[in-house]
Ligand binder design. Structure first.
Ligand code: SAJ
Length: 406
């Protein structure tokens, strides 16, 4: 059988590693992104994302000549949609999925397989993807196979999880499921579970919502402990010693393009029923405001007319460069507007920060700051001399929102 040709649409956090891993596992892959700058950067050997091992994998894929790059969809046996699905006013914005499906429909041939990896609201395959693909004149189901295999990898550990995680493959019929399973079976070492598309769509949303609800509970525990006057980190650590308790970590809020977004797709699908889901979102979304209030109070307590504030971290979580939906950035944007303080941000990972945000080198910020607020637990912050900083600046002026201080 001839080598299968796969066209991967969207070369972002998921599409780029997936296209590269498919290429290094014997498929002929065309990686497509309509953003010409992304294609140009990749051709110059520049990977647009900070992710361990990704540069090496992309380089290997390009060198093998099994990965080519294009800004337009090409004919293929398999099409894989890996485009973003942001939300707007708690509703899913599916414009990128629609656009990708339309460009595939123009190239669709009998026997093709279309796989949607993007996270979408329940019934998107049935109600949106299939009607657009059917516009090609192909009979679906029948002529063309369609599957949904939601991505599940953790930014920061993408290359390992792409291979080791179990996958959920939803198909519109038995043949769609089997064909999609054969594609993933080439590089996935985890189990591949087969189901229908709407179940696969919902499973993905439930996974991220479970995490969001758990973090909201951790944030609530933190607020309750504060009221009681005890240390929430100790309480959670000790509660987690129970064999059936596993509370996640409080923090300055929940960010990123997944957990802060996907639960809203469930709320949109079942507004009356998804009560806890909505509340968890509201609790986590409100957290940056509580952090702002605490920093404000600490600045006031210094008694200085123009205190110097240093925020450590701007990204949505540790050791990534992604600032989308970042709670730290929300907090930083608030303080960057203030004229009555000297404001500084140290984050060597964050790229594309707005030029109004005054970035400083870590040591410079640490020496000038009156108040330090740790918002992201980047690895370089973990090894700081926290006891030394506490004694130099005053323990009450060091605010650790990630629980990294010993
Ligand atoms: N966070 C906390 N406390 C915690 C863990 C996380 O406050 O204990 C915060 C982080 O700081 C961050 C946000 O939550 O702001 C999300 O970070 P994350 O590491 O929990 O998750 P993501 O968004 O990077 O990736 C998630 C993963 N989903 C699950 O673990 C269920 C990943 O497997 C998914 O593939 C990804 O969403 C996605 O693309 O949907």
């Amino acid at each position: 059988m001839a080598t299968e040709r796969i066209c991967v649409l969207g070369l972002g956090y998921i599409g780029l590693p997936t296209a590269s891993i498919l290429a290094t596992h014997g498929f002929d892959v065309v990686g497509v992104d309509k953003r010409k700058a992304v294609i140009d950067h990749l051709r110059q050997g520049r990977t647009p994302i900070e992710e361990p091992g990704l540069n090496t994998l992309v380089e290997a894929a390009l060198k093998s000549n099994h990965l080519s790059l294009n800004d337009e969809v090409q004919e293929a046996d398999v099409f894989m949609i890996c485009v973003p699905t942001p939300h707007e006013n708690a509703r899913a914005d599916l414009s990128f999925v629609r656009e990708a499906a339309q460009s595939i429909a123009r190239r669709l041939k009998p026997g093709n397989l279309v796989i949607l990896e993007s996270t979408v609201p329940p019934s998107t395959v049935e109600k949106i993807l299939i009607p657009i693909l059917a516009g090609s004149g192909q009979k679906i189901p029948g002529d063309v196979f369609v599957a949904h295999c939601p991505e599940r990898v953790l930014p920061g550990n993408i290359l390992t999880e792409l291979v080791t995680n179990d996958r959920i493959v939803g198909g519109i019929d038995e043949l769609s499921r089997e064909r999609a399973k054969a594609v993933y079976g080439r590089f996935v070492q985890g189990e591949i579970h087969l189901t229908d598309c709407t179940t696969a769509e919902t499973v993905k949303l439930i996974e991220n919502t479970f995490r969001d609800v758990n973090i909201a509970f951790a944030n609530e525990v933190e607020a309750v402990c504060r009221k009681i006057g005890i240390n929430a980190w100790d309480v959670i650590r000790l509660a987690n010693k129970h064999p059936r308790v596993n509370i996640l970590r409080p923090g300055p809020g929940v960010g990123g393009h997944c957990i802060a977004v996907d639960p809203w797709f469930l709320v949109e699908a079942a507004p009356e029923e998804a009560k806890m889901t909505r509340l968890a979102r509201e609790i986590n979304d409100a957290k940056p405001l509580r952090v702002i209030a605490e920093i404000e109070q600490t600045l006031k307590n210094t008694g200085k007319a123009k205190p110097a504030l240093l925020c450590l971290g701007a990204t949505y979580k540790a050791n990534v460069d992604d600032i989308r939906e970042s709670p730290a950035l929300h907090i930083i944007e608030h303080f960057s507007k203030r004229r009555d303080l000297t404001f500084m941000v140290a984050d060597a990972h964050a790229k594309n920060l707005n030029h109004n945000i005054p970035s400083v080198a870590l040591n410079e910020g640490l020496s000038k700051a009156d108040v330090i607020a740790l918002l992201v637990d980047h690895k370089e912050f973990l090894s700081l001399d926290w006891p030394g900083l506490r004694s130099r600046k005053g323990a009450e002026n060091i605010l650790d929102f990630k629980g990294v201080m010993p």
